[in-house]
Design a protein around this ligand. Structure first.
Ligand code: NAD
Ligand code: IPM
Ligand code: MN
Length: 356
């Protein structure tokens, strides 16, 4: 298969982990006889430094002309600590999602058995957890009007959803539930928010079209609690942009670390595959970031954008073998991990490639 893949490392550990994600794609192409070509583009802080723009037109053009995109992360402490900055790395990410129509963000919470002990949640509560989040990605409070008024003394962000926007993400979630445990949990705040009442109305209206799916509605506060109390009760979860952002960082603790969670952002055009984590300034440059979220994102890319199931499974099974052989990056290591099994980012990449 011939495909063109755009690599967008972004900032901080985005650059460190994407290098490993790309190496895995190169290895897969070699092993399975595919012809993947690559290009690279700037986004985030590095793009602001080079061009003044967090998502330069050139990057967007390259994105539109590629078959899939492997993205790292954006962000820099300079902006995090300056609430008045007008140009910010994250604007590039949001613009990319909007411009490419990436309305569905799939975030699988995949727990590798070997990592049962890496979580702060008890193993017997965790064992068997397997959740697929559908986070709506191009609407909600993220994209509504925002601003200041009253002489800069009041700020506002407007949350907005159309019936159409809710329906298209909901259908994707219902359909995914059909291929899994046939349970769908829709998370909202319909006891308070009008956007959530529309959300719930749309889900309820669609449910009769999917009689084989058991639908449940939960309020986001209770869902946050239930995720930790009993993660196994969830199969597919569908939720709005902001709730999905927060709940999936929480759910990363089911998988053991932020460094384990991959995601696929899909919709109208080229799919973007990215870890759910950020640029992690606290560990940037130390070479200790866990690259497995990027590696598993590369796996989702092969599966979802190219339909290469066997190749995608080869990646998951290599991760599984790496963990079974006792290797850990620092974030998923514990007191029982021997020092010679604790790998840095580059070593984790090397050990992984040997297992593909
Ligand atoms: P973060 O996800 O970058 O880090 C949160 C914590 O998880 C940190 O302690 C970090 O060290 C750890 N962590 C994250 N990924 C890891 C990995 N692969 N291996 C080991 N440990 C890992 O979130 P944050 O600290 O809140 O944000 C840092 C910056 O990243 C901010 O500028 C933020 O805006 C940005 N951000 C970007 C994205 C994205 O580009 N998709 C996502 C989230 C945050
Ligand atoms: C994510 C990030 C982004 C989001 C930020 C950096 C804009 O947290 O991809 O999860 O909130 O969507
Ligand atoms: Mn997030």
């Amino acid at each position: 298969m011939k495909k063109h893949i755009l690599i967008v490392p972004g900032d901080g550990i985005g650059q460190e982990v994407t290098e490993v994600g790309k190496a895995v794609l190169v290895k897969i192409a070699e092993k399975f006889g595919h012809e993947f070509t690559y290009d690279e583009a700037l986004m985030g802080h590095v793009a602001i430094e080079a061009t003044g723009n967090p998502l330069p037109d050139e990057t967007l053009e390259k994105m539109r002309n590629s078959d899939a995109i492997l993205f790292g992360a954006v962000g820099h402490p300079k902006y995090d600590n300056d609430p008045t900055a007008k140009v910010r790395p994250e604007q590039g990410l949001l613009k990319m999602r909007k411009e490419l129509g990436l309305y569905a963000n799939l975030r699988p919470i995949k727990l590798f058995d070997e990592l049962l002990g890496a979580s702060s949640i008890r193993p017997e509560i965790l064992k068997g957890s397997d959740i697929l989040f559908f986070r709506e990605l191009t609407g909600d409070i993220y994209f509504g009007e925002k601003g200041r008024k009253n002489d800069n003394n009041t700020a506002y962000d407007i949350a907005e959803y159309s019936r159409y926007e809710v329906e298209r993400i909901a259908r994707k979630a219902f359909e995914a539930a059909r291929t899994r445990g046939k349970r769908l949990c829709s998370v909202d705040k319909a006891n308070v928010l009008e956007t959530s009442r529309l959300w719930r109305e749309v889900i309820q209206a669609l449910a009769p079209e999917y009689p084989d799916i058991t639908v449940e509605h939960q309020f986001v506060d209770a869902a946050a609690m239930m995720l930790i109390k009993d993660p196994k009760r969830f199969d597919v979860v569908v939720t709005a942009n902001l709730f999905g952002d927060i709940l999936t960082d929480e759910a990363s603790q089911i998988a053991g670390s932020m460094g384990m969670l991959a995601s696929a952002s899909v919709g109208d055009s080229t799919g973007v595959y990215e870890p759910i984590h950020g640029s992690a300034h606290d560990i940037t440059g130390k070479g200790v970031a866990n690259p497995l979220a990027s590696v598993l994102s590369a796996g989702l890319l092969l599966d979802i954008s190219f339909g290469l199931k066997e190749e995608s499974e080869a990646i998951i099974s290599a991760v599984d073998k790496l963990l079974k052989d006792g290797f850990r990056t620092r974030d998923i290591a514990d007191a029982t991990t021997p020092a010679d099994k604790v790998l840095n980012t580059q070593q984790a990449g090397e050990e992984l490639l040997k297992r593909i």
